[in-house]
Ligand binder design. Structure first.
Ligand code: MG
Length: 298
């Protein structure tokens, strides 16, 4: 069987013809938020409905990193290598210090509680950017059912002052997000309000003087939706989709697909040389080695 579908000849040079999509572990409920720790040779990811963060190490397999996790969802690392996490349960973004203590970076905006932070990236200036859709407070499945106090927006946490500023205000429900390698563009997936017919698509913003501007449609994933994505060093976007992972060029063209047998939620680059794409997909984690290198996220 082939693990790939190619829609552009360039995609054939991105994949390694005999490299398999490998399932590393299964039996979870809804996995999300993969983040690679090269210094510890492990992947952390969330099993959101089971309220835990798990660790996968190539030689050891699965162990528990944190439980309960406040229904943690997306993760990344800052420039000091610290874990940054979005938590539905506490409706906050946290940082895990090197000594293991947990610092709250953001839990509100203009005196109101955040909805349920979903996905997060750190910019080169140390600012933390996160999406705040309402998915984690709409039911008790992935958090605590509660009223929404704020529109669903993308926020920036200032690295010096810690102040929280709304940066993207024109979306129904922002979800995955990432900067282009040169940080001139910000990509954000809008997966639409729960129980609605909102469009599901990726939008792109020009970063003008540090502020996202000129928001416009970038790409619509079919089938499924773009929940989470990461970029390679040439600016190609590797996004979750209903049938696997789609590779989209910087000008919005579908180049090819990695086929995965479960609905994919998110991806991250890791492994040796950051050339292995880790995939969280419903009940399982997978990876595939690519002839691509992930952009430092960091
Ligand atoms: Mg997400």
């Amino acid at each position: 069987m082939s693990f790939f579908e190619s829609y552009d000849p360039v995609f054939n040079s991105y994949v390694l013809g005999n490299a398999p999509v490998k399932q590393h572990a299964t039996g979870f409920d809804w996995v999300e938020g993969p983040v690679w720790f090269g210094d510890a040779d492990c992947l952390l990811f969330s099993d959101i409905p089971n309220n835990r963060i798990l660790r996968w190490t190539p030689d050891i397999g699965i162990s528990t990193y944190r439980a309960p996790s406040n229904f943690a969802n997306g993760h990344t690392r800052d420039h000091q290598g610290r874990l940054i996490s979005c938590e539905h349960g506490s409706r906050s973004v946290t940082r895990t210090e090197h000594d293991g203590t947990i610092t709250t970076l953001a839990d509100g905006f203009e005196g109101k509680r955040l909805n349920s932070p979903n996905d997060v990236v750190v910019k080169s200036d140390g600012s933390v950017w996160f999406s705040d859709p309402h998915y984690g407070i709409m039911t008790n499945y992935e958090g605590h059912k509660s009223p929404s106090e704020l529109p669903c927006q993308v926020y920036r946490i200032d690295p010096e002052t810690g102040s929280v500023e709304a940066m993207v205000r024109d979306m129904n429900c922002p979800n995955g997000l990432a900067f282009s390698p040169d940080e001139s563009k910000l990509y954000v997936a809008d997966t639409g309000r729960m129980f609605s017919d909102d469009p599901k698509h990726m939008r792109v913003y020009d970063m003008t003087s540090g502020t996202p501007a000129n928001g416009r449609h970038f790409h619509t994933i079919e089938p499924g939706a773009s929940d989470g994505f990461r970029l390679d060093t040439d600016g190609n976007i590797w996004s979750s989709a209903g049938d696997g992972v789609h590779c989209i060029s910087p000008d919005g063209k579908l180049l090819g697909k990695i086929l995965v047998p479960e609905l994919v939620s998110n991806v991250c680059f890791g492994g040796r040389g950051k050339q292995q794409l880790f995939i969280t997909a419903t009940t399982s984690i997978y990876s595939i080695k690519l002839n691509r290198q992930g952009v430092q996220t960091p």
